[in-house]
Write a protein that binds this ligand. Structure first.
Ligand code: PRX
Length: 651
């Protein structure tokens, strides 16, 4: 066996050669242009994190132990106390920045609000007093089920102020999902809204909150923000209007110092099977991690930057890079309520120009959608305020990266492809934009302070080629467990490889030491004994000029074990036939990866957070009936794919 062949055999097929060093112009004002942070962290990662914690975060009491690591349980900054809402609000106001804009908020119908740090501090303090008045105490769990309105951030920060862990449930989830999470967390209160705006219409939230209350027994109060203006049912004594509760309440609510390991929030994430896991994040380590990564990955210049993360607060990205990281750094942000195509396909670009957004952070699935809509949409706008672009959530195909770079960034903006997870709390693998030469499609290197290695099936370290991505050292933002399920915590993350956190992702290391994420290992295909990553075949398809988006799955095949099935969305106005696309993949990465079938489709089944549901595509490809589609963003697309598959079986 050659030196770098390993028994995972996730084959590393694609070979992207383009490189993008930081421009001189970018380097001139960047926070980090060299390797000093990497060197410092490599010397002693604990000391490195301790320095970040003391420089970036305000502590009421110093910690005595930086890290107490009893695998798989970490305690960071033990003995220290701090308040997250003080760090996000009070300290900026006390420093004289009360008039600085925290949020430029825009509703989907076009209504706008400008919220300063002083405004936010006052409203959070009032609402914290309201929560106390409703009997919420330190340690009580609070559900938040809201549209993308400023009150969502207010609710989270008010909980943090009084030490009541929140659990935000994305507004697109059903009453059953909400009820399951309420039960698991034994939450006392729900904060919701009558409804919010989406695609030009009001979608109701309150009825789902009502149903969830009926299905569960722990909720004592429901606080309702008036946003949609839709009619709602009312349970007297249980339900309260937010604006009525807030009326006349004092803005004085001193932030109470919390222990560093006090539970800040639970965020439920679905596993591949079974009930959702309540991922636990605590106070001091999490705040240190998100403040540090928000500052250095986005090269933040808080005086001038206008930061826009397009995620929803219902996901970890919204927690870490809309609420906690950016506010802790005292920066100005844009927050937008609605969809990117209302009223037109250029809504986001209109907003970028309106507020002079300098840093834009979105998901590859959104970028591929913009590609499908065509460059004409962003080209209607100036976009010259942008100086840095970011992506998160999935591997980004090199061609989507290039499109983002050329069409949105006009060739002038570095791109930070940030790999992380709900469980990691904050960004783990990413370029530092002033220091790292990027390659389209690679998340590049672990950040200073983060240690990652690839291993094969026998846990041997893989120096070059494909393997399983593992983390070898604890980090401050790491999950502290799964709520009330320590066994599942151990089993899910710490049992596959000894002494390593296994993230569930495959990756490869190229000859220059760059990391390329290859997707979830559950998605790896096995064709004639070769393990091929769906990501690489998808990227090969997207590199064809007619293709905007592709999803690839392995379906059972009598001859080859699995065969590659591809589903492809074409770019606006483009044309291509199946044979051409099959040959294109063979030409790009080799005949072994040539799809057996390529289906052209107008859309793909995605979860509400935009991840492609490969399980469903596999069911379609293997001719199975589709089971539960309730977590799908648009269930009708599956019917369409099924009828295509049936028609092609008749061919
Ligand atoms: O598979 C990886 C993918 O998203 C997973 C984590 O999903 P979630 O917990 O929902 O958090 C998403 C936002 C942090 C990872 O296991 N993923 C995330 N970012 C990237 C990525 N895959 C490749 N490249 C990325 N930049």
């Amino acid at each position: 066996m050659a030196e770098h062949e390993h028994t995972t055999g996730i084959e590393a097929l694609a070979n992207e050669q383009r490189t993008f060093p930081p421009t001189e112009q970018f380097k001139a004002s960047t926070l980090v242009a060299g390797t000093q942070l990497y060197e410092e962290a490599a010397q002693n990662d604990e000391a490195f994190w301790a320095r970040q914690a003391s420089e970036l975060v305000h502590w009421d009491t110093e910690w005595h132990t930086t890290l107490d690591w009893q695998l798989p349980y970490a305690k960071w900054f033990d003995g220290g106390t701090l308040n997250v809402s003080y760090n996000c609000l009070d300290r900026h106001v006390l420093a004289g920045n009360g008039d600085k804009v925290a949020f430029h908020w825009e509703g989907e119908p076009g209504d706008k609000r400008t919220i300063t740090y002083q405004d936010l501090l006052d409203e959070v303090s009032q609402f914290a007093n309201v929560l106390k008045g409703l009997g919420v105490e330190k340690g009580d769990r609070v559900m938040i089920y809201m549209p993308m309105i400023p009150e969502a951030a207010v609710a989270m920060l008010a909980c943090a102020r009084i030490g009541a862990p929140h659990s935000v449930v994305f507004g697109g989830f059903s009453s059953q999902s909400l009820a399951d999470r309420i039960d698991d967390a034994e939450a006392k209160i729900i904060i919701t809204a009558d409804g919010g705006y989406r695609r030009g219409e009001v979608f109701a939230l309150k009825p789902a909150a009502d149903e969830a209350c009926e299905k569960t027994s722990s909720i004592e109060h429901v606080v309702v923000v008036k946003r949609g203006g839709n009619d709602v049912e009312w349970a007297d004594g249980r339900d309260h209007w937010y604006h009525e509760l807030m009326d006349g309440v004092s803005t004085d609510c001193p932030a109470e110092p919390m222990e560093a390991e006090h539970l800040l929030f639970l965020l439920y994430t679905s596993g591949t099977t079974g009930k959702p896991k309540g991922i636990m994040h605590t106070t001091g380590g999490y705040l240190t991690h998100v403040t540090y990564t928000h500052k250095y990955v986005f090269d933040l210049q808080p005086e001038n930057d206008v930061f826009w993360c397009t995620a929803d607060v219902g996901w970890i990205t919204g927690h870490s890079y809309i609420v906690y990281g950016p506010l802790s750094n005292g920066c100005t942000q844009v927050m937008y309520e609605g969809v990117p195509n209302h009223p037109g396909n250029d809504r986001l670009w209109e907003i970028v120009d309106e507020y002079g957004v300098t840093i834009f952070y979105t998901a590859p699935t959104a970028i591929r959608t913009f590609m499908k809509w065509g460059a004409d949409e962003p080209d209607k706008h100036d976009l010259s305020s942008l100086r840095l672009l970011g992506t998160v959530g999935e591997p980004i195909n090199p061609e989507a990266w290039m499109w983002y770079h050329d069409v949105i960034g006009k060739g002038n903006c570095p791109i930070v492809d940030t790999w992380w997870q709900t469980e990691t709390g904050g960004i783990m693998i990413s370029p530092l934009p002033g220091a790292t030469t990027t390659k389209p499609g690679s998340a590049t290197f672990p950040l200073p302070g983060v240690s990652a290695e690839l291993v094969d099936d026998e846990a041997n370290v893989v120096p070059v080629g494909g393997g399983y991505l593992t983390l070898t050292r604890p980090w401050p933002g790491m999950l502290r467990g799964i709520w009330r399920d320590p066994e599942r915590y151990q089993e899910t993350y710490w049992s596959r490889f000894p002494d390593r956190y296994f993230a569930g992702d495959g990756a490869k290391l190229d000859d220059d030491g760059y990391l390329w994420l290859l997707g979830r290992v559950d998605d790896v295909m096995n064709v004639s004994g070769h393990r091929i990553s769906t990501t690489e075949v998808e990227s090969a398809l997207v590199s064809h000029p007619s293709v905007a988006e592709a999803a690839v799955v392995g379906a059972t095949d009598a001859t080859t074990g699995q065969a590659v099935f591809a589903y492809v969305i074409l770019r606006g106005g483009a044309d291509a036939d199946e044979q051409t696309l099959r040959n294109h993949v063979a030409g790009e990465i080799g005949a072994i990866a040539k799809p057996k079938r390529v289906f052209i489709t107008p859309d793909l089944p995605k979860t509400r957070s935009g991840k492609i549901m490969r399980r469903l595509l596999r069911d379609v490809a293997e001719g199975r009936n589709i089971g539960d589609t309730t977590t799908l963003a648009d269930a009708s697309i599956v019917d369409e794919l099924q009828s295509k598959a049936a028609a092609s079986a008749d061919d």
